[in-house]
Each structure stands twice: as structure tokens, then as C-alpha cells.
Design a protein around this ligand. Sequence first.
Ligand code: SPV
Ligand code: MN
Length: 626
Amino acid sequence: MTNNELLKEKCNPASYEKLMALRNTKLHEFVASYAELCNPNSIYVGTDAKEDRAYIRQQALKNGEEKSLAIKGHTIHFDGAQDQARDKAQTKYLLPHGADLTSVPNAIEKGPGIEEIRSILKDIMVGKEMYVLFFCLGPTGSEFSIPCVQLTDSSYVGHSEYILCRTGYEQFKEIGSSEAFFRYVHSAGDLENGVSKNVDKRRVYIDIEEDIVYSTNTQYAGNTVGLKKLSLRLAIQKASREGWLAEHMFLMAVHGPKGRKTYFSGAFPSACGKTSTAMLPGETIIGDDIAYLRKYKDALHGVNVECGIFGIIQDVNDKDDPVIWKVLSTPGQAIFSNVLVCDDNHPRWLGDGRPAPEKGINFSGQWHKGKKDADGKEIPSAHKNARYTISLYDLSNTDSELDNPHGVPVRGIIYGGRDSSILPPVQEAFNWEHGIITMGASLESETTAATLGKEGVRQINPMSNLDFLSIYLGTYINNNLQIVKGIEKPPRIFLVNYFQKDKEGNYLTAMEDKRVWIKWMELRVHGDVDAIKLPTGSIPEYEDLKRLFKEVLNKEYTEEDYLKQFSIRVLENCAKIARIKEFYTKHKKNVPDILFTILDEQKKRLERAHEEHGDSLFPPAFRHSQ
Ligand code: SPV
Ligand code: MN
């Protein structure tokens, strides 16, 4: 049977026509070959039309992957109890025979990898429909755009993508026979009660040569939604070849004095305050997860590859997050995942600001307070990594430039991690190289529920992008150093930490304080405030923060708090440098010498200060040192 005959047999006439309207042989071959392997009963082709989007949504309700909630347009989706987060262990790069398997974390040889994934995919869609859906990474019709095609038998995945991503059928029409597009093959596998049953055969395999990602026997969006983390892995490789950056970053505008808008991007490991920073009251958001950065004119410009949010719902409440709350409590499209559904068919989650629920349905099935899992551990009412999926177009604080094909000029880059003992709330790098090396490349964070495995383990996570690197770490660091070459005023680089604790384990800052740190960073970008130079970076002057706390939060900020938060702990900082050096000595391939030079210089500055000032460096002693 030829490809076209096969497609004609599996598609209804309307779907066949939609597919053939795209005059792209590589696309037709791709769809046909996986239709043959996965063997679905039928194929549905979705365009950018409203009806097609509605069809996928209806299918999700029909096949049980989603259920309607009390509020119109809202649905609940459950992932299996073992499928609640990204599976790093089963996410692997397929490298050609003879390639250096140490070049990326978790690489395997392509031959056996493809054989394995093909055996899993064989006949996996029997009895199901395969959806062929088209999307675009980044704004359409832009230098940033990358067209993508998703094959999936999961209407939940398709529905999520229609909310989270820009549609791309029209873009495919425009690219004609071009072969430059990303491809994703996904199957949730057999479902039991609407969730993937065979988690032992869960795989996420990435073929960088072919720009294909395979994902099987999983539904959790971080493992399945092609345009999120799956494409980030492909994009990092493509970006490295073409001279741009694909980053695990939010994009936002910070609103400064006299209506000034200053764009920032920010990289934080999962569940460390990335979305909440991008959603800060009074500021406007472009994206909360993945940004592409390119040189444009004399600046570094960024776009959000998506147009929606797959956000952690824990602690979202009407007081702290009024904008998200509104979307989650009024009619419109929203998917809730892994929350608790109560008898009144309303969702509940941890930290939602309401009295704790007694019973309902959650990822473990029927749930009641005190229910225990097989290990005797109490099951929480909702999962810690429970999420909401919403469109940015439904938020009232979305920035006007979300779809600007040139992106927005990034003037500041913020790195942040979950660090209970070392870092102050905010520091600014001395220059681009210092920031990239001691802040981005040295990002450390304690693990969270967003990935499977133990929580609270301190890990080095360069630019919070380590999970997605498809090139040598050293090459990636180099790309970051080089990207601003020729840009007269590169973005300023900052390092923040919202999780600083005292010796008794109490947080030293409040959640809302980040509103102040970001205003300070905005002022620094424009040279409107001075800073105090410490060995690790520049920190705010007390008086500026005092004024900003009053202006932004109407809070009194004491000098005592300032000194507690901003005194630098010398020994901990030196120990961190030793860990970072050891890490890069291990991943030594292509690591630039300048990384070690800059870390050594920082260590020397700390040691000199230690001799003079002791273990704790108090900002006032450094006030006039610049
Ligand atoms: C993250 O874990 O970094 C997320 C959610 O943004 S996921 O889609 O799972 O990657
Ligand atoms: Mn993320």
C-alpha cells in the first residue's frame, strides 16, 4: 500500500483533504509511517479552526481522559498515581552509533533505542483514533517560529496543546515542502479509568538527528505535550547550530517609574517561583516557562514559545493570585489536573485558602482525609504537582507584546533557585560573564515534586536547563557567553532566592517581597539606584529597599531584616564554588577556561574579605568600596 492509500483508508474524507492540502511529502510520509506502526482505527486531522479544537475537547470528555467540572468549560484530568511528574530516568537521547554518549545526560545508542520504542509503539493505537495536530513554537510568521506536528491518541494532550500553544496549520501551508519542522509521536497506551496503565513502558526518547520525540505510556504534560519540554530538547540543539538560545525561562515586563516597561527573562528550576514571579501583581506576563532568545538589532530579543500556562496550582488562592484565581473560578477553558474533585464537582487543591476538604476524588481514586497509600503514607487531598492549564489570552495581565514577531528586548535576566542557606534575596552580577558563570552556570537548587524522585536534594542545575540539554554542557555555557557579542549593552544579570531560611528553619522573606526585589532590578537596569559591591555581586542599599517596601507593599522594612537577609556567608559561598568547580571538572568537555577563572576570582575575593571581616560579611562595611 502506498502512503497515500494508507492515509486515505484511515482518514475520513474531510481529514484526508486537510492533510493533502499541505503539500509536504515529508509530512505525509511521517504521518503514514506512524499510522502504519501504531495502527489506529482512524485518523483525525485538526486545523486551526474552532470546530476542530472543539472536536478534540469533546473527544477528551468522551474517552474519559477528562471530565466536566461544575464551572462551564472547566475539566478535570487525572494522571496515574505513578505518572504525576516528568520522568527523567526514562527520558533519553538517541545518539547515532559511535557518538559520544557522554555528550548529553542520559543518552543511549539510537539503533537499540529505536528498536525498543518501535516495539512499544507497534499496534499501540488499535481501537483508538490518532490525532494529527499542527502547532507553532513562537509567534507565527516570525524568525522565531518553528512549525510542529503532533501525532497522539490522547485527546487530553491535544486539548492541552490547543490551550497552551499557537496553532500551526496555516503556517504549514506557508512552509510548503520545507522539511524543517519538529515532530512528536505520542501514545498514552492502554487506558484504565482514563489513565495510562502500562507505566513500566513509559518512555520519552528524543531523536535529535531527525527532530522527532517519541513519548509512550504517559499522560503527564511534561512528558507528553510536544511543544513544552520535548521541543525544548530539540530546540537547544537547533539553537546551538544556528546561534540563538532556547531557555527554560519566563518573560515578563516590569513596570517602572513614569510608565516605563522593562522586559526581563528568568530561569528557575521547576517549582521555585518562576510562574509566581512572571505573574507578579502590577507587572505583565509574556510567558512562564520557555523562551527563545535571539539577537535582533542591538539587543537580545525574546519570545514565549507558548501562549498558555501549565502552572502548579498549589498555593494559588484568591488573595495572592487574584488574576489566575479569576480564570480558575469563572467560565472559560481550563483543565485542572490531579486536584481533588469534591461532591459538588468543584476542584480543590493544597493551599487554596479554603478549609481543608474531607473527601472527594483525586489521583488515588476515592479519597477521604487520612487515606494511606500502600506504604502507609498519608495521601494528600491533591497532588503537590497538581496543575492548571489555561490560555494567556484569558488573563488580564498578559503583556501587549505576546505575539510580536520580533519578540521583546530583554534588559535583565534573573536566575533563581531554592536555596535555604547560602544566597541573599537578590544580587546583581558585575558583568555578563560574571553573571553567566557565577549565577546561571552555578545555579543550585533543592529538588521539588515537579520531577519524580526525592525532594529537597541540593543539585546543580545550570540555567535551570540541565534536564533539557541536548548538547555538551560546556558548549551550552559557551553559547550563553557568546550570545551578547556585538550587543553594546547586554542585559544585566541577577540572582534571586526566595527560600532563604534562618538557623531555626524560618523563612527570612515573605512571598510578596519578590515584588520589591524586581522593582529594584528594574531600577538597576536603568542606573537609577546605586548598589553595594560584595565579593559575590552587588546588593541593594538599605535605604532604597526601605523606600520600595513602603511604596510597593506599604511595609516597614527594618535594617535588622536587611542585615539578616543580605549578609554574605563566606564559608558556604566558598564551599559552593568548590562544588561547582567539581561539577564542571566532571562535565569538562568544551567547558571554557574562563569559567574556572571567574570562579577562582570570586573565591579569592571571598577569602580576602574573610581575612578582614570574618565569616559573615555585613553590607555596611562594603558600602563605599566600589
Ligand atoms: C517544569 O517542570 O519545569 C514545568 C512543567 O514547567 S513540565 O511541563 O512538566 O515541564
Ligand atoms: Mn518548566
